[in-house]
Design a protein around this ligand. Structure first.
Ligand SMILES: [Zn+2]
Length: 377
């Protein structure tokens, strides 16, 4: 058994003092003790900082870890896609596996407990199966000329915690999109990461022009907007992860939120900064009462897979209290993955992992450039 305490702990969405978290040998919380006398309690391990449960990375592509430092920053959305295509065949399978293993181990040490991970194939599935992190893999259906979801659905049956999801509202034709959105299983859709995605539905913009030049037809442009398309293609109250949404308008958010209260908007500020110097719509989503979670995206479009770095960047563009932001990185991600009974918060009977945030400003209750996270359990 271990008893762990810190200056503050994230309990029920608040940062509170004077709590000792007691865990059994399996990491299951057996008691949360309130005491003003922590220093004098026998056998309590005290760590300066803030205790939080293991974090949930709500958007990652661990299989792209080999692209770390190989894609130039700030090349824009189209430039990013081109750059990936240019270098992705320059690496061996072993190099890809090794990069994923290294990234996975670092995420675990920094306190990530579960990951919503996007995959194009099962190349690095062994890394995920052998990881201490709980991966939920979403194979992404991609390509205007790709009409059959069967190959990925077959792949998903071979492993635990797998589903098939449409990549985005601009890269998947109507029938496969509707089929995947009405299936069971976790759904994660890249949404409105560039203006061109919304412009496509108005039959203009550079994405539209590129499709024209390539002779590719879209059979889904009768929907007014990407958000309208999602609403028309998913059952009411469908749970879904909507990723990026940097160009989402208030009307887009309202359209989705009227349709389902089970959408989670996954913000990846480091990736947005890296690719296109954009910012996630955190103020808009908070104003509208939407649920927010945090993702790192991949090492192709991020300097690191650090959850605390993403929170630090979010903290610069919104005035949400730190406690609220920490719930985005923990319980909100757990709820989005349907694992909140076990992960995402400190409560008796859960085994959420224990992480210490070190180097935060505990007076102003803010993250600083020196703030880091470290797994204790
Ligand atoms: Zn992504």
């Amino acid at each position: 058994m271990r008893k762990i305490a810190s200056h503050y702990a994230l309990i029920d969405g608040e940062l509170v003092r004077n709590r000792v978290i007691e865990l059994d040998d399996n990491g299951v919380i057996t008691n949360i003790i309130e005491s003003s006398n922590i220093d004098a309690m026998a056998s309590v391990e005290f760590y300066p900082g803030i205790l939080i449960p293991g974090m949930i990375n709500a958007h990652c592509h661990i299989e792209l870890s080999y692209l770390h430092n190989h894609i130039e920053e700030g090349s824009g959305f189209a430039g990013f896609a081109r750059a990936i295509g240019a270098v992705r065949n320059n690496f061996t399978t072993e190099e890809r596996l090794r990069a994923s293993r290294v990234a996975d181990a670092k995420m675990w040490d920094e306190g990530v407990e579960a990951v919503a991970d996007i995959a194009n194939d099962d190349l690095v599935m062994a890394v995920k199966q052998n990881s201490k992190i709980e991966y939920h893999t979403m194979f992404e259906h991609f390509g205007l000329n790709n009409l059959s979801t069967a190959p990925l659905r077959e792949l998903a049956t071979r492993y635990d915690r797998c589903s098939v999801t449409p990549h985005s509202t601009y890269s998947v034709q109507d029938a496969p999109f509707r089929e995947l959105c009405s299936n069971e299983g976790a759904l994660s859709i890249h949404l409105l990461e560039s203006d061109d995605e919304a412009l496509l539905y108005q039959h203009r913009g550079s994405l539209h022009d590129w499709y024209e030049r390539m002779g590719w037809q879209c059979d889904f442009l009768h929907y007014a907007t990407p958000a309208e398309r999602i609403v028309a293609s998913t059952p009411t109250e469908r749970a879904m992860l909507l990723v990026h949404a940097t160009r989402a308008t208030a009307e887009d958010v309202a359209t989705i939120e009227r349709h389902t209260r089970n959408a989670t908007w996954v913000l990846c500020p480091e990736s947005n900064r890296y690719i296109s110097r954009q910012e996630p719509p955190v103020a808009l989503l908070r104003d509208m009462g939407a649920k927010i979670a945090i993702g790192t995206d991949s090492l192709a479009s991020a300097r690191s897979l650090s959850m605390i770095e993403n929170l630090r960047q979010i903290g610069k563009i919104c005035d949400a209290p730190l406690a609220e932001m920490l719930t985005w990185a923990t319980i909100n991600g757990a709820k989005a993955l349907g694992i909140e009974d076990v992960k995402g918060s400190f409560a008796c009977g859960k085994a959420p992992g224990v992480v210490i945030i070190e180097g935060a400003d505990l007076q102003a209750m803010r993250l600083t450039p020196e703030t880091t996270t470290r797994r204790l359990i």
